[in-house]
Design a binder for this molecule. Structure first.
Ligand SMILES: C[S@@+](CC[C@H](N)C(=O)[O-])C[C@H]1O[C@@H](n2cnc3c(N)ncnc32)[C@H](O)[C@@H]1O
Length: 286
């Protein structure tokens, strides 16, 4: 495998070489606004392997950029599914040790996903391991037994409930150092975990919080104050100006509402006759 290639391309190639095909990164607006195809699934001979979904391509790009910015040595992940994000970290820095914990509870092929991860890791001689177990209760023992010290980067992508993400964070923090960076998947898109993330921020006053608005799922991050400046270029590349985010939110609501009304042909015709007043323009255009 050409390790100079973009990590996303290496990942697709990795699964292909082991007999699996990847489906990923489709634009939801082309598919009745269904968000799922924007994330990643794996197939074998046309049959879906039923595990939790993998992160979206933009999120793989982010991980690659993050691992380029700082040499994280020990990555701990909650939520492996079929290994897509686990391998993203490992391919982004082949010197990093990557350990994932997965409860094997999402989809009937989840255990196959864990086994596939470990099989590919061994065949490719990547420093990757996935352990079957539950967060929070198995986090401490798993890290102690399988990671060569405290993780310096934690990725939380397990069960997407408000209560669980807080438990995941607390369990990881107990085995981490003060310099550990935390990355959370699906926080904004879940609609329920945003509040949990705010509580987590309160629990970690020595970390700076970031919402990575340019990632597909609305990933968030907690960065130790001392590392914030060092990681700023990559974080700002995947964040968005707050006032722009707020304007887009308002405009999107307004536009969707307007589109619903104007699906009626007659209303559309009348609308075409009425120029949009200047002062309304700011609502109509971002
Ligand atoms: C969305 S998938 C992870 C996807 C993966 N991070 C990727 O992008 O390739 C979520 C996974 O979390 C696992 N999971 C759910 N609850 C868990 C828990 N309490 N402890 C560990 N794993 C859990 C599920 O079995 C599932 O495989």
């Amino acid at each position: 495998m050409n390790s100079n290639r973009q990590v996303f391309l290496q990942l697709i190639d990795l699964y292909e070489r082991h007999g699996y095909s990847i489906a990923t990164g489709l634009n939801p607006t082309l598919f009745s606004n269904w968000p799922i195809p924007s994330f990643t699934a794996v197939y074998k001979k046309g049959e879906t392997v039923r595990t939790g979904g993998g992160i979206a391509p933009v999120e793989v790009f982010f991980i690659e950029a993050l691992m380029q910015e700082r040499a994280f040595k020990k990555v701990f992940i909650i939520g492996n599914a079929f290994g897509w994000s686990t391998f993203a970290f490992a391919l982004a820095d082949r010197n990093a040790q990557v350990l994932a914990l997965d409860a094997g509870i999402e989809g009937e092929d989840n255990l196959l996903g864990i086994e596939l991860t470990n099989r590919i890791a061994e065949a490719e001689q990547l420093n990757v391991k996935c352990i079957l177990g539950f967060s929070p209760q198995d986090v401490a023992a798993t890290v102690k037994e399988h990671l060569d010290g405290a993780p310096d980067l934690v990725f939380i992508d397990g069960l997407h409930t408000e209560e669980q993400v807080k438990k995941d964070f607390e369990a990881c923090r107990a085995v981490s150092s003060t310099n550990t960076v935390y990355l959370f998947h699906d926080i904004i898109i879940s609609g329920t975990m945003e509040k949990a993330f705010l509580d987590i921020c309160d629990m970690a006053p020595d970390h700076v919080s970031h919402v990575l608005w340019r990632t597909t799922s609305g990933m968030t991050m907690l960065v130790p104050r001392e590392l914030n400046k060092e990681l700023a270029p990559v974080i700002s590349g995947y964040s968005e100006a707050e006032d722009y985010v707020n304007r887009v939110k308002k405009t999107a609501r307004y536009r969707v509402y307007l589109d619903r009304i104007t699906t009626l042909r007659a209303v559309n015709f009348v609308k075409s006759l009425i120029p949009i007043p200047r002062r309304w323009k700011k609502w109509y255009d971002v």
